[in-house]
Ligand binder design. Structure first.
Ligand code: GRF
Length: 201
């Protein structure tokens, strides 16, 4: 299964995927890594010899146009085309993918989100869980649809909120569960154990 990974930040989830896919037994390979910004995490891909690209929304007149260029950059690496379309993995991409992009790749695109969806969607999931006084939150890997963190849930793991947690402490605890969950979900998709075409909202 060919993977195109999209990131915006430090890329620890990308690093977990790179480490997993470095094993020739792993049923999947990363063919490119893209970002909307000069994400520090791109360095992990470069170090692994994997092509990277940066496509900035501010360079385009509309989000849809940005999405078209992003889609084209991914398709150049053989994801989203042909009989084996591969998988787009949004692993900390802090942008909403435009509808045209989603329609092109659907259902072969997944996202990881640091909350137990449908609780706490959006860009501040960890902060929102703390502000709501939640005693438990977690991580969700889901299929991306045209909404914000609304697509069908594939896998979830719960994580306790501890008294006095800061946003960073709680997010780190979530990410320790998130990295292996994302890797396991990609593996399950690659082996056919999880069939995205059969997953419905
Ligand atoms: C992850 O928790 C992701 O779910 C969230 O941002 C974080 C990215 O972490 N949206 P990293 O860049 O993979 O370290």
């Amino acid at each position: 299964l060919k993977l195109a990974v999209l990131i915006s930040g430090g890329g620890s989830n990308l690093k977990a995927l790179l480490d997993a896919t470095a094993d020739p037994e792993f049923p999947s390979e990363i063919v490119c890594v893209g970002s909307d910004t000069d994400a520090p995490g791109l360095a992990y891909a470069t170090a692994a010899g994997i092509p990277t690209f940066v496509i900035r929304p501010s360079d385009y007149d509309s989000r849809e146009e940005w999405g078209q260029l992003l889609a084209a950059a991914i398709q150049e690496h053989g994801v989203g085309t042909g009989p084996n379309p591969g998988l787009v993995v949004s692993a900390g991409l802090m942008r909403i993918l435009p509808a045209g992009f989603v329609r092109w790749f659907s259902p072969h695109l997944i996202n990881t989100h640091p909350a137990l969806l449908p609780a706490f969607p959006g860009a501040h999931a960890v902060r929102d869980a703390l502000a709501a006084g939640a005693t438990e939150t977690g991580v969700t890997v889901h299929v991306i649809d045209e909404g914000v963190d609304t697509g069908p849930v594939l896998r979830q793991v719960a994580v306790p909120v501890r008294p006095g947690d800061t946003e960073d402490e709680l997010h780190e605890r979530i990410k320790r569960e998130e990295r292996p969950l994302l890797v396991a979900t990609v593996r399950n998709i690659a082996t056919g154990e999880l069939d995205l075409a059969a997953v419905r909202s």
